[in-house]
Structures are given as structure tokens and as C-alpha cells.
Write a protein that binds this ligand. Structure first.
Ligand code: UT7
Length: 329
């Protein structure tokens, strides 16, 4: 009989392969900063210089699940994986269309996912996709042999929870979804670190059932900024120690896309090469849990991701949640 120690020793050797990514953006098209200039006292100059964001997408009629469905279908088609082969479907989101059922369960019918697949949403805010990948890896170990693939999404419609009279938040976020198809692999090493540091529920939150006005994002930007520039290098260093690598060994670093000044701070603090750090937030704003897989999708579409490359993804969000993983593409 296998001992607990033997199980623990084997665990790090169980790698993960990302077969493909896919994405979906609201059909209404990009919304430039000039649109927000009409709603609040802001300017394109302020938004670009303080964040790097030039445009983002907002859903008009579309729902979260519709974005999720389109992203999942694109990822599955690119991976050549059928619905019947999916053993687990996890949707990271803090903006589900309904409290219940989950976006993941709504996807089951739309995609024809098997009845014995595990399906649920998880809310780890902007670090949600990384939590999802880590969780899916563990669930895949127990999946039936004929369902060896995981579908992990970050799918968000923050436009539904933004106060369009609050310039501190409404200029920052955007809607979008991205999906990844994953399988366990002996050849693709995978390492992850993640955790949560309490922010006393004050720095970054979206009101809910216990609040007078549910469904509104509030943020103390500078506090979140301080957390981000501390936790990103910290989690990357923890991850590198775990896998015995140096930052110079890494081909790409994909940070949660919230603000390019955060990424510049990290590059400087870690004495990194700026070109290691991918940035696409100028086009999408902060899409919360969708930002990392959306970045991977853009990198793949631009031909930047080659098989065998080492990619670090690092996220942080409300909670404060944080996480980082090393993927071997
Ligand atoms: O995924 C969630 C994670 N979130 C984040 O990572 C966000 C982290 N924080 C940030 O990215 C930045 O703190 C912000 C972009 C949110 C704000 O930038 P900042 O440089 O920290 O600005 P600030 O909050 O210190 O505000 C500076 C000034 C203030 O005016 P006064 O008090 O100096 O007169 C703000 O009222 O900028 C003002 N301001 C704006 N002005 C024009 C705040 N928002 C705006 C705006 N347009 N949209």
C-alpha cells in the first residue's frame, strides 16, 4: 500500500500541459477612454499615464455564460478535445450571472459536458484562474480515464458591478473570458504557490447580499497597488525557489493585467528584462480572473508561445488572494 509520504513525494512530479487557450470578448466592441470622459471627471491622458489602459470591452446584452461558452468552444476546438473527454470544468469568476446555478453548470448544457464531470465556479477574485488551474490538477487525478481533460476558465463581466459615477474604479475594469484545456503530464513540469493575505475586507471588494446596495465594486487603489508590488516579486521568488530556477531561466512572465505601472515596478524591483513580461492591458483593462488566460491567448495568437518554454503566471486580487504557477508550455 502506498504511504502518505510516497504520495506527497510523487505529487510535485505530476506535471500539467496546457493544450490550448481560447477567448471571447463582448460583441459590442472596444470602448475607448473617451467614452468614460463623458461619464466621469477623467481624461484619456490620466487613464493612460496612470494605468496604461487605452480601451476595454463592456457587454451590452451578452451574459457571462455566453462569453464563457464562446471561449471554451474556441479552446476545445484548438485542443481537438471533445466535450465527452472533459472530466472537470472550473469557472473562476466574481461576476456570475446568477448566485446559482454556477456558470460552470450552465456551461454543461451549452457544451454537452458529461454528467459525471465535476463542475463549479470559484471566486478567488483576480487570482481565480491560477487557483482554478491548481484545483483542476488535483481533481484530474481522480477523473475517469476517458475524461482526462480539464476546462478552466476566467470569465468576467465587471461592467455589471461598476459604479459609472466613480472615477476611481469605472475606468479600470473590462469584460472578457478566456479558457484553457489542460491535462496531466509527465513531461511538462508544473509548480504553484498560492495563498491569501487578509485586507480586513476594506481595500477591494464587491458588495453582496449582506449590503444595502449589492453588486458594486469599491477599491482603495493605492493600498492595492502597494500589495501588488509586494506580493508579485514575493510569489515569483517563492515559486522559483520551489522549482530551483532563476528568473533568467524563464521565457515569459504573465502578470495579472491591472496596471502597467505595477508591472514596471516589479521589473525594476526584480532586475528583470522588461521583454520577459507580457502586457496587453492597454486593450482590455483589468478583466479580473480572465486577464491571465486572455494574455496567454494573445501570446499564443501572436506566436510568442513555443512548446517547451517556461511561463510564469502570477496573480493577485481581492481578499487579498495571490498565486503564481510555472507552466511548461
Ligand atoms: O485586480 C484588482 C487589482 N487592482 C489593482 O491592481 C489597482 C491598483 N491600483 C492602481 O492601479 C492605482 O492605484 C490606480 C490606477 C487605481 C490609481 O492610481 P494612483 O496613481 O494610485 O492615483 P490615486 O488614487 O493616488 O489618485 C491620484 C489623484 C486623486 O486626485 P487628488 O486627490 O490628487 O486630487 C484622485 O482623485 O487622481 C484622482 N483620480 C482620477 N483622476 C482622473 C482617481 N481616479 C481618477 C480618474 N481620472 N479616473
Amino acid at each position: 500500500m502506498i504511504t502518505l509520504e510516497a504520495m506527497r513525494a510523487a505529487w510535485p512530479q505530476i506535471g500539467l500541459r496546457m493544450l490550448a487557450v481560447g477567448h471571447a470578448l463582448p460583441a459590442a466592441g472596444p470602448v475607448p477612454n473617451s467614452y468614460l470622459e463623458k461619464l466621469v471627471d477623467t481624461s484619456d491622458e490620466w487613464i493612460v499615464s496612470r494605468t496604461g489602459i487605452k480601451e476595454r470591452y463592456f457587454c451590452a446584452e451578452q451574459q457571462n455564460v455566453e462569453l464563457a461558452e464562446a471561449a471554451a468552444k474556441e479552446a476545445m476546438a484548438r485542443a481537438g478535445v471533445e466535450a465527452g473527454q472533459i472530466g472537470v470544468c472550473l469557472v473562476a469568476t466574481f461576476t456570475p450571472d446568477r448566485q446559482s446555478p454556477s456558470v460552470a453548470c450552465c456551461l454543461q448544457q451549452r457544451l454537452g459536458l458529461p454528467e459525471d464531470a465535476v463542475m463549479f465556479d470559484m471566486n478567488a477574485a483576480c487570482a481565480g484562474f491560477l487557483y482554478g488551474v491548481q484545483t483542476a490538477r488535483q481533481i484530474l487525478l481522480a477523473a475517469p480515464a476517458e475524461r482526462p481533460y480539464a476546462l478552466v476558465l476566467g470569465s468576467e463581466t465587471p461592467s455589471r458591478v461598476l459604479d459609472f459615477t466613480d472615477r476611481n474604479t469605472c475606468v479600470l475594469f473590462g469584460d472578457g473570458a478566456a479558457a484553457a484545456v489542460l491535462e496531466l503530464s509527465a513531461e511538462n513540469p508544473y509548480y504553484a504557490v498560492c495563498g491569501s493575505r487578509t485586507d480586513n475586507e476594506q481595500m477591494l471588494f464587491c458588495t453582496g447580499l449582506a449590503d444595502d446596495k449589492p453588486g458594486v465594486v469599491h477599491m482603495q487603489g493605492q493600498e492595492v497597488f502597494r500589495f501588488a508590488v509586494d506580493i508579485i516579486p514575493h510569489s515569483i521568488e517563492q515559486l522559483l525557489t520551489k522549482c530551483g530556477l532563476q528568473l533568467a531561466d524563464i521565457d515569459h512572465v504573465v502578470c495579472h493585467q491591472a496596471n502597467n505601472r505595477i508591472i514596471s515596478h516589479v521589473v525594476k524591483k526584480m532586475h528583470a528584462r522588461p521583454e520577459q513580461f507580457f502586457i496587453n492591458l492597454q486593450h482590455y483593462g483589468n478583466t479580473s480572473s480572465a486577464s491571465i488566460p486572455l494574455a496567454l491567448n494573445d501570446m499564443w495568437e501572436q506566436g510568442l508561445l513555443q512548446r517547451g518554454q517556461k511561463v510564469i503566471c502570477v496573480g493577485f486580487g481581492a481578499g487579498f488572494t495571490w498565486g503564481a504557477c510555472l507552466l511548461t508550455w
